[in-house]
Design a protein. Structure first.
Length: 72
């Protein structure tokens, strides 16, 4: 499954790159792209576990950028 999420309060391109690397290492994630300019995250992951993967994505992203929110 592939979905695009809007990001709120992503402050810098470096944080976007760190989020992209961290999310890409998660089990079940096929591909991920974080756009600082577009304030968007495109993620492709295992259909059967997508919601649990997204819960982990939110936790990982908060560690990198505590103020950033993923609008689901």
């Amino acid at each position: 499954m592939k979905k695009v999420y809007r990001l709120e309060d992503l402050d810098c391109a470096n944080c976007a790159a760190k989020m992209e690397r961290a999310v890409g290492k998660l089990d079940g994630v096929t591909s991920v792209s974080v756009s600082f300019m577009g304030q968007r995250m495109t993620i492709e992951a295992d259909d059967a576990r997508f919601e649990s993967i997204m819960d982990e994505v939110v936790r990982v992203c908060r560690r990198v950028e505590p103020d950033c929110r993923i609008l689901r």
